[in-house]
Design a protein around this ligand. Sequence first.
Ligand SMILES: [Fe+2]
Ligand SMILES: [Fe+2]
Length: 303
Amino acid sequence: MKKHPLEGESIPRSHTYRPSNLHIVVRKIAYEYQTSLEANRYWFNNDPIGTHFINALQSTFPDGELFFIQAAVDGARILRQHGSIDNQMEQDLKSFQQQEAHHSQQHRLWNKALIQIGYEKLALYDNNLHNFDVWSRKHIPAKLRLAVTAAAEHYTASIAYLFTYVNQDLLRKSDAPFSSLLLYHAMEEIEHKSVCFDLSQMLSRSYMMRIISLVFISFDLAINIFMRMRYLLKKDGLWGWRHKVKFWRFFLGRNGLLKGLLPRILQYLRPSFHPWRTDERKGIEHIFGDLMIRDHIEPFKLD
Ligand SMILES: [Fe+2]
Ligand SMILES: [Fe+2]
């Protein structure tokens, strides 16, 4: 077995799980968000809690996804110095970067629209996240940033699964263009779900680092979403006890979000986990083919 030049371990070929018919398609979509927000502020089923959950979640994406790109690029640079990346991985990495850059750009427009209609503090949250990105590049090793990114990408793929398989109302009952962007984003998160995981495993197979990264990103996401959602609801005067009950029920209730999400998230802790042990592409196409046609979203390439 060839020894890993950095870790003294064998180089895992974990991306052999990659389906042979996988094409990471870089779709170009462009939507306008402000008019739709002004027309209906609670664009998910006229429900402030559900709407602001998605608003809060997506508001972490513009800078979050730039962090992912940088971590993948920095990790790949280290691997390249040791000649450990094949052409397929190089191509996947490039497509991943292009997809995430476009997601970041579209979610920034969504955020700007939210700021324009009165949620000004989102700009401050954005700024804090940007400052953390800059700080982390200087102070956190690429290997750890990539492990955190792989865990975060497990979250985005799991949320894509939640939106498309478990809780389809989140898309079905959302107005366009929000449903359109969410579906398009979910599809691309599925397509590139193993890129950072495979790169991270090539840099280090430390199981402890995988656990720490998942725990870190879980707290990070929970705190960020809670703070942003509380702000959005408070701003609308919807943070009284009745809304607080609805808020907690949305996450922890019998059909709450966590019940659908948690089993999927915990799969990451299986030592044999790989993102492509499950393939959701045909299922999503079957369930949401009508929305793809309606919103002119290029379907998966499955040949
Ligand atoms: Fe993304
Ligand atoms: Fe992603």
